[in-house]
Design a protein around this ligand. Sequence first.
Ligand code: DON
Length: 574
Amino acid sequence: MMHSLQRISIFLLLVSTVFLILPAHAQSGRSPAPARHGMVVSSHYLGSEVGQAVLRDGGNAVDAAVATAFALAVTLPSAGNIGGGGFLVYHGADGKVTSFNFREKAPLAATKDMYLDENGMIRDNSNHDGPLAVGVPGTVAGLWMAHQRLGSKPWSELLEPAIKLAEKGFPSTWDMQRFLEYLQTKDEPMYEAAKEAFLKDGKEVYTPGELWKQPDLAKTLKRIQKQGRDGFYKGKTAQLIADYMKKYGGLITEEDLEKYEAVEQAPIHGTYREHDVYAMAPPSSGGVAMVEMLNILEGFDLQKIGHNSALYLHLLTEAMRRAYADRAEYLGDPAFNPDMPIERLTSKDYAKEMRSTIDLFKASVSDSSRFNNALAAYESEETTHFSVVDQEGNAVSLTYTLEYGYGSRLVVEGAGFLLNNEMGDFNPIPGRTTHSGLIGTPPNLVAPGKNMLSSMTPAIVAKDGKPLLVIGSPGGRTIINTVMQVILNVIDQGMNIGQAIEAGRIHHQWLPDRTSFERFAISPDTKRLYEMMGHEVYFRGEQGSAMGIYIDPKTGLLTGAADSRAFDGRASGY
Ligand code: DON
C-alpha cells in the first residue's frame, strides 16, 4: 500500500508540473535538413544519396525506395538486405494508402517445437543461431511487388547503383568493425562464405575507410536486375540458397523459395488529435499496438502535462503496458489467426475502457498469470528504417531487417549475401510466457509457411489526406514505442523533426515489468518521482534510430532528420 503522505507529495509534485511549469520542449537536436522537392532519409549516407538521385531523375517515391533498399543491401550489411524481410507503407499524394508485407516465412518443413531439446528448452539457441534460424527471405519479392504496382522507372535502372557499389566498392565503416573481428573468430565451415565476403582475402579486417568490394553479391544483384523476382526465387540464386541450406542442415528448399509471395494489404488506420495514422497491420504488431496506445493517450492533455515529466512518462508507460499485453495475447500472422480482435483493440471505446484502469498516481502491475513460466528473452536492435517523399508528395515508409545485426551471420556460398535469423521472432516454447519477457502464446507459434510476428512500425501520419510525417525505427520490441514517442513529440509538443527524433525515449513492454530510460535522457528528479509511483527503472544505451521526414502542410517544405543514434545516417534532399 502506498503511504498516504507519499501519495500527497506525488500529487503536489505532479500538480506543480502541470500547472506551474510551462510544457518543456526538447532542447537538443540537430537542425533538420530542408528540401523543396524530394528527400530520402536512411541509416547510410550512400543509400540516401542513391535514392535522392532517383528522385531528382524523375523517379517516384517507390522507385527511390527500391533503389535505396538495394543500395543498403550493399552498404549497410548489418540490416540492409536481400536475405531478410520487412514492410513498406505507402501514402500517395492522391490519398491512396496501402502497404506491402514481405516478412520472412517459416520453411515448409518447420514445426512448432523444432527448437526444443528433450527437456523442453531451446536447443543451443538454435532459433537464433545457425541455419535453422533462417526464415524464407521476402525482401526481393516485396520490392518487386511494390514496384510492379506503384513504380514508374524501369526496374533494371533501380538496381544499377547497388550493383556499382558492390562491384567498385565503397569505404568500409566503423560500424562494421566489431562484426569483422567476430567473423575472424569463427571456425565452422558454414561461416567460410561470410569470411570470404567480409574479410580481406578471407582473413584480415578492413580498416574503416578501406575500399570494400562484394563481387558475388554484385552477380546476385545482376540476376535480380535481369529477371526481377525470379532472379532470387528461381534459378541460380534459389539453387545456391537451397544447396547451402542442405549442406549445413537448414530447412529452406527451392520449393520454399518458389512458393514465397509478398502480400499487398491494408495498413492499420487510426486517428490522433485529428491526424490520420497509418502503420503496418499483422504480421507486424506495430500498427495495432501503436494505435491502441495513441487512443489511450488521446484522453490526456500531454502538451500541458509536459514532455518527459514524471506524469507524462507514467501515462506513456501505462499505455505501453496495456498494448504490449494485448500484443502477446492476440497478435500473429493473420493467415493463421483469422479471429484477431483488431477492430476492437484499435477502437476509441476500447481505449476508454483501458484508460479507466489507469491510476494517475500509481503504476499498475503486469500480470502474466493468465499464461505460464521461466527463462529470459533477448532481443537485438539491428534493423533499419528509411523514409522517402517525392516531388509529387507521395510518401514511402520502409523498415526491413535481418533480425540480429548481420542476421544469422551466414552468407550463401557463391551468392554473397547474408541470411536472416528471423525465426527467432516466433514464440519458441509453446505455452511458456515469463516475467522476464519470454512469450509462448499461441498466435505466434512456428508453423510451416507462417510469418513470424514483428514489431517493425513503418508509419505515415497524414493531415487532411496528405502525408505530414514519415517515420520509423529499428529496435526490436522497442520500435513501436520509439515511433509513437516521435509522433507525440511532433503532434503534442510541436517539436521539429530533428528535436522529435533526438529527444530521450523510454520503453516498457508489459514483461519484464520495468521501464528502460535512455542514459542521460531523463533528469534524476523526474526519475525519482516516477519511481515513487511504483515503477522500476533501469538505464540503457540508445533506443532505436529513427529516420523521419516532416512535410509542412502550408508551404510543402520537407524537413528530414537522421537520428544521431545511427552512425552513418543522412537526410538527402534536393
Ligand atoms: O521484426 C521485428 O520486430 C524484429 N525482428 C526486428 C529486429 C530488430 O529491430 C532488431 N533491431 N533493431
